[in-house]
Design a binder for this molecule. Structure first.
Ligand SMILES: Cc1cc2nc3c(=O)[nH]c(=O)nc-3n(C[C@H](O)[C@H](O)[C@H](O)COP(=O)(O)OP(=O)(O)OC[C@H]3O[C@@H](n4cnc5c(N)ncnc54)[C@H](O)[C@@H]3O)c2cc1C
Length: 506
């Protein structure tokens, strides 16, 4: 299909959509309007970028405990801006013949005339439109916070510009920066705290609800993380208290922040990581449906209520794997959604099988991975631990609906001794196991086994449950059970061996 494709936003969803469009349509015109001045980049390593020129990072990392198994991370510390660019920077747009308009935010959409109006009044006509404008940091309306932001004393930590403004503050001799208050304990707040600790700043984190990293934890896992952040990150973590008011000195510098019933907490700078809001305002006055307090509603083809308008990434609200239409503001969903939108924009019907809510964060060298939700309805909870890893898994009707795993599942030997399998099937399992081993990455990659159970909506047999309870998270053990289950190679053995013990008599 040829025609005019216009895309608002320039994150991962857009980059994937461009590739998908070009795969089937070398002739369509593609115009991308982007608010920011950069080519597509990944904000995921912003904490590492924010370490740029940090004087104390080596010392701080030494205090954080065991080194992360991913040895690329030290090399990435202080990565240059270009190191964040995804798909190779400007060359990507030239290669795909894209008219990229940088620093040109879209102001409004007219679906009747089929035009996007840019902030400067320029109009862009489209046959198909993709809205992939992501989300914007939400500035909690407490007294003084907007003023602190406007004075360069409160910063977000979402974009390159935000990270630059934090680093500028830390370098600026005219702005004090010995003590920071971080609002919100989500991944962005935690990553910003690491950057600040790397610069030797004292950090107090304030979280309104009673758990840290609330989307990914329950009370038990939150306690483990909180203690780790205090003991290894040497920061103060306060839960169940909200920031109420920002207080200034007579000279305009910060006195601190009034917090819940704790009174004034003194600080020199504030990081606002208390939430994001999808940029759905772009749809105001159009026939594009937006969920109340949610994102742009799309179907499985990433199509909005207007058949010529698509949406993907953090601004969109799409179906998850269990068919619930909701927002999952994570990188993999933006990538998959963008690609599917691109295919459908050029008339190739491709179906999104559903987004998945799974994320990993490296908290002061301690990886935590979570999938599904600890808050999902469940009727059984499994807890397992070994020397490296602590896992809580939530089941409904024996199907995994959520998990939280703290620590890294390290490469482990494959033990198929307990299974009386024919040699060729042993070999098949061994090679699948070898392919599944990936020691790089923070959490999900290391804890891929739990992610796989969730993604497959795996019904756990008693042996699998027992493996988890026993703290045996060996991919090999699970793979053997999967394989037996799936291919019915042999009947399950009478007893399954776990670390030399006999469990699960049948
Ligand atoms: C610090 C940080 C760390 C993260 N770490 C992880 C992680 O470890 N794992 C993970 O899965 N996810 C992570 N995420 C989330 C992940 O980066 C997002 O889910 C993903 O970037 C969303 O992609 P997107 O395509 O929707 O757009 P975004 O990346 O949000 O980009 C939106 C684009 O739209 C542009 N835009 C906005 N408004 C307009 C307008 N009016 N006109 C034109 N352009 C506009 C913006 O300038 C931007 O280019 C992290 C996010 C942050 C901020």
């Amino acid at each position: 299909m040829t025609g005019r494709m216009v895309i608002i936003g320039n994150g991962p969803a857009t980059a994937e959509a461009i590739e998908a469009i070009r795969k089937f349509s070398p002739d369509a015109s593609i115009t991308v309007l982007n608010k920011e001045p950069w080519p597509a980049y990944s904000p995921c390593p912003l904490a590492l970028y924010g370490w740029n020129e940090a004087p104390d990072y080596a010392q701080a990392r030494g205090e954080w405990g065991e080194k992360h198994p991913d040895e690329r991370i030290p090399q990435m510390l202080g990565i240059p801006r270009e190191g964040l660019y995804w798909k190779g920077g400007m060359e990507f747009y030239q290669r795909h013949n894209v008219d990229l308009r940088l620093s040109m935010p879209a102001r409004s959409i007219d679906t009747e005339r089929k035009v996007v109006v840019a902030e400067n009044g320029e109009e862009f006509e489209w046959d198909k439109l993709l809205i992939a404008a992501g989300a914007t940091t939400f500035w909690v309306p407490i007294p003084g916070l907007a003023e602190a932001r406007d004075k360069g004393l409160a910063h977000a930590f979402k974009t390159i510009e935000d990270a630059d403004s934090v680093v500028d503050h830390l370098r600026d001799p005219d702005r004090a920066s010995a003590r920071a208050l971080v609002m919100g304990s989500g991944p962005i707040g935690i990553e910003a705290s690491e950057t600040l600790r790397g610069w030797g700043v004292d950090v107090t984190m304030v979280e309104l609800v009673d758990t840290v990293l609330p989307v990914m934890t329950d009370a038990d896992s939150s306690d483990i993380l909180k203690k780790h952040m205090e003991d290894h990150g040497r920061m103060r973590v306060i839960t169940s208290q909200g920031a109420k008011e920002v207080v200034f000195n007579d000279d305009g510098s910060l006195t601190g922040v009034e917090v819940g019933d704790l009174g004034l907490i003194e600080c020199d700078l504030i990081i606002n990581s208390a939430g994001q809001r999808p940029n759905t305002w772009l749809c105001d006055g159009t026939d594009i449906e937006v969920a109340e307090r949610g994102g742009i509603l799309v179907d499985q083809y990433m199509r909005t209520s207007n058949p010529d308008v698509f949406s993907a990434g953090d601004v969109a609200q799409f179906f998850d794997v269990v068919g619930v239409q909701r927002m999952i503001p994570l990188w993999p969903n933006a990538v998959v959604g963008g690609r599917i939108a691109g295919f459908n924009m050029v008339g190739k019907p491709v179906f999104n099988k559903g987004g998945i809510d799974a994320n990993a964060v490296n908290v002061f060298e301690l990886p935590i991975a979570a999938g599904g939700s600890p808050k999902a309805e469940h009727d059984e909870t499994l807890i397992g631990r070994n020397a490296d890893t602590w896992v809580k898994m939530y089941l409904k009707d024996n199907i995994v609906v959520g998990f939280t795993a703290i620590g890294t599942v390290r490469e482990q030997e494959l033990n198929l001794d307990a299974y009386n399998l024919p040699a060729e099937q042993m070999e098949e399992i061994r090679s699948a196991f070898a392919r599944s081993q990936n020691r790089e990455g923070a959490g999900l990659e290391g804890n891929g086994i739990f992610y796989t159970l969730l993604r497959r909506k795996q019904v756990l047999c008693d042996e699998m449950k027992e493996l988890i309870r026993q703290g045996d998270f060996r991919t090999g053990s699970f793979r053997a059970l999967f394989a037996i289950d799936r291919h019915d190679f042999v009947r399950l053995p009478d007893r399954v061996g776990v670390r030399g013990q006999e469990i699960c008599p049948r």
